[in-house]
Design a protein around this ligand. Sequence first.
Ligand SMILES: Cc1cc2nc3c(=O)[nH]c(=O)nc-3n(C[C@H](O)[C@H](O)[C@H](O)COP(=O)(O)O)c2cc1C
Length: 216
Amino acid sequence: MGRFFIGITGASGHAYSTALVRELVRAGHDVDLSVTDAGAKVMAHELGIDPGPGGEGLADCLGEWLGEEIASSVRAFPSAAVESPAASGTALTQAVILAPCSMGTLARVTHGFSSNLVERAADVALKEGRPLLVMPRETPLSEVHLANMLALARMGASILPCTPGFYQHPKTLEDLVQFVVAKALDRLGVEHGLGARWGESEPQEEMGIEAKGGAR
Ligand SMILES: Cc1cc2nc3c(=O)[nH]c(=O)nc-3n(C[C@H](O)[C@H](O)[C@H](O)COP(=O)(O)O)c2cc1C
């Protein structure tokens, strides 16, 4: 199966990256991870997992964070480790995902800064014409945020904001996280069993929409 790279940044929403890593591994894939300096602080704050400055200690936290079984399919690299595989186009990374993506990383990727491994991996995806999935988290959005997203979309990246829908009647925070992660997995072409698909569950019937003919 493939190897995905997930760059975790200093935006809020580390529940999304956690669920995404788990689902990619459950689907049989390997995952490379790197967390930015700010991302390490937000991870400690939101998840209670402290990977240390620049994510230097992330590899040692994987079991505690993800459980040993998932962790065995995950490699972690400090964000300063620009000598890591994902920094080179010769490494066949199936897709690069920035989740959650801060406005800072969004700006630097849009303008090719490559100042750490997360930004460089995204830069490599763009130059190699490989999938780059950007999952921004910020609100409200300024003109510069919107301009950067448009520019990246025009370069071929997919912009998938961390904005869950409510039409499937979520009951828990996990349901909301799963909604976004399911959309990400769909975009990456990864099979999953997260959540119901519209037209295959009750809410449509509640809205008075009747299926006509054929199998449902
Ligand atoms: C608790 C916390 C939550 C944050 N949430 C966001 C956010 O949702 N979006 C964002 O763009 N920045 C957010 N920030 C600010 C970024 O962490 C900051 O701009 C940082 O420089 C981004 O660095 P990075 O892009 O290298 O990860 C947050 C900071 C903290 C401490």
